[in-house]
Design a protein around this ligand. Structure first.
Ligand code: HJL
Ligand code: ZN
Length: 160
């Protein structure tokens, strides 16, 4: 049995691959179908794909591409037990104006999101990501014990 903590550790491995940038956080994410023989469906980290991409967005875009659907339609090909693990609470507002990751989650069939930390109030004030997911009926679980590592990776590119 692979635990929530094991998957959060894998998400943190992804976050460490993200190029440090002063204007956002280095985040890692994975999509997991616990019942599948190969449970990790996709991995992603901030700025992995071309453009100003977020970790969760990269997971969706990569899984969609391997299943020949648009990212907007990735819910059609995700198993029903898919869980999103992300080192940081999905965003609900982006300074760049791009589609927030909460909206990307809500257009899928995902029912559970596991987060490692709440988003620090550095760029957008209080992020309503968790509460918006919960209001839509998605279970949000805070997997504890990784906060220190997650935040030091997330803020690697920020001025000290
Ligand atoms: C999450 C990420 C990432 C953030 N949050 N959950 N995953 N980079 O991959 C949240 C932060 C936004 C800023 C800047 N970061 O990224 O609030 O330029 O990065 O659209 O609001 O917005 P852009
Ligand atoms: Zn995002």
């Amino acid at each position: 049995m692979t635990s929530h903590e094991d998957y959060m550790r894998l998400a943190l491995v992804e976050a460490k691959k993200s190029p440090p940038k002063p204007t956002n956080f280095c985040v890692g994410a994975i999509l997991v179908s616990p019942s599948a023989s190969h449970p990790v469906l996709a991995t992603g980290y901030t700025l992995e794909l071309p453009g100003n991409t977020h970790a969760e967005q990269c997971c969706f875009a990569k899984f969609a591409a391997t299943h020949d659907v648009l990212e907007e339609e990735v819910g059609k090909v995700l198993p029903n037990d898919t869980v999103l693990y992300t080192t940081m609470e999905p965003c609900n507002f982006r300074l760049s104006g791009n589609t927030p990751c909460v909206d990307r989650v809500l257009r899928t069939n995902i029912q559970t999101v596991c987060i490692g930390v709440k988003e620090p109030e550095k760029f957008v004030g209080e992020n309503q990501g968790r509460s918006k997911l919960e209001a839509a009926g998605v279970n949000v679980l805070h997997i504890t014990g990784f906060e220190g590592d997650i935040l030091s990776v997330a803020t690697a590119g920020h001025e000290k």
